[in-house]
Design a binder for this molecule. Structure first.
Ligand SMILES: *Cc1c(COP(=O)(O)O)cnc(C)c1O
Length: 397
């Protein structure tokens, strides 16, 4: 990561001169915003919304955060949403209408898939999934009705890396829009707009907030995508709470140092796991032998602390043994907070591509604890699992 990006994280979204010298912008709460005069009330209608000033159209706190994210992602404009899922669903709703076709990557975040299957299909959108490794040959799936292609790279359970520039070229040649869920890398380690995306989504709940204490999402667009979405996204009336946005602005200031430590702890864990006899496969694009490594190296500026591995067993007793031995990894959903997590996934849902691994997929979030203690904890738990696997296989023989 370049020095200038670290400096931007510190300076973006701040204006001490406007707020009596205070380093941080104040937390604005409220609904009604009073105008000084009839003239200024009418003038407010010219600056973005037809109804005049109101809390739902954003406060200085919210605008500071949206400008910061738009700048870090390298996009034109951003809108904040109350959760990452809400950022995904409103992007889909904002672009798609009845009769449209959408292509969604087969490794997409599960609740985004549930929304597409449960809501978009009901509204007359033709939903189709595709193999995340398709690359340029996605062209063969594009139709005149394809309005949007939705990517997630790497997938947040299975870590396949998409060839975003190749996909973008095909998508743009067909006159469609390309959206990407960019939560894994955060806006620091992947610059979606330089790789051809039109829309970038962050589950800000993860690394941006960084402390597992709130939910937020963002949708950032280039100018072309904002022409349509900038008008439609506010129609839903979805607003994020000012306290949560304030926490997100605060989280941004340390995103660079946190992410580099998550990266270091994650790579150390993933590397060591690869040598353990109870592990069939490690899924982490920063590892040299990972199938996504070349694309990751070409397109990303770093890795976050989230990866997965396949344990050589599907036995509940072995899993109980493994999870029961962990001391520093909590069992829980989400990631991006300061604490380490391990999640039993099993087999991810796939409809357009085969899931190639035998065993149990376990997702790991490397937190900010001491790296060697994390490693010892994880290897110890794998040793317990390994001993149990050996015993069970011997007993069965
Ligand atoms: C967590 C997550 C989301 C949803 O974010 P929430 O704030 O939990 O709604 C979306 N996409 C990805 C890749 C995620 O990991």
């Amino acid at each position: 990561m370049s020095h200038s990006q670290d400096t931007l994280l510190i300076q973006t979204g701040r204006n001490p001169a406007a707020y009596a010298g205070y380093v941080n912008p104040p937390l604005f709460r409220g609904s009604t915003i009073l105008a000084e005069s009839y003239e200024s009330w009418e003038a407010a209608k010219q600056t973005g919304n037809p109804y005049g000033n109101y809390g739902r159209f954003g406060s200085p706190t919210i605008r500071a955060f949206e400008e910061a994210i738009a700048g870090l992602e390298g996009g034109y404009r951003c809108q904040v949403f109350p959760s990452g899922l809400s950022a995904c669903t409103h992007t889909l709703m904002g672009v798609l209408g009845s009769g449209d076709h959408v292509l969604i990557t087969d490794n997409v975040y599960g609740p985004t898939r549930s929304f597409a299957d449960g809501m978009l299909s009901r509204l007359g959108v033709d939903v189709e999934y595709f193999d995340p490794l398709l690359g340029a040959s996605i062209a063969s799936l594009l139709r005149p009705q394809t309005r949007l292609v939705f990517l997630e790279s790497p997938g947040s359970l299975s870590f396949e890396v998409c060839d975003v520039p190749a996909i973008a070229q095909a998508v743009h040649a067909a006159g469609s829009l390309l959206a990407i869920d960019n939560s894994w890398a955060s806006p620091l380690f992947f610059k979606p707009f330089t790789r051809g995306a039109d829309i970038s989504i962050q589950a800000a709940t993860k690394y941006i907030l960084g402390h597992s204490d709130a939910l937020l999402g963002t949708v950032t667009c280039n100018e072309h995508a904002w022409e349509a979405l900038g008008k439609r996204l506010p129609l839903f009336g979805e607003t994020a709470g000012p306290e949560d946005v304030n926490l997100a602005l605060r989280g941004l200031r340390t995103l660079g140092v946190r992410l580099r430590q998550h990266q270091e702890n994650g790579i150390a864990l993933a590397t060591a796991l690869g040598d353990h006899p109870a592990v069939v496969r490690v899924l982490h694009p920063a590892l040299q032998n990972d199938p996504g490594h070349a694309l990751w190296k070409r397109d990303f500026l770093g890795a976050s602390g989230l990866f997965a591995f396949v344990l050589d067993s599907e036995s509940p007793q072995v899993l109980s043994c493994f999870f029961g031995a962990l001391r520093h990894f909590g069992i829980g959903l989400s990631w991006g907070g300061f604490e380490s997590l391990a999640l039993p996934v099993g087999r991810p849902k796939r409809t357009a591509s085969a899931w190639p691994h035998q065993g149990t997929l376990i997702r790991v979030h490397a937190g900010l604890e001491d790296g060697e203690e994390l490693l010892a904890d994880m290897l110890g738990a794998l040793d317990s699992a390994s001993a149990r696997i050996t015993r069970d296989r011997r007993d069965a023989a």
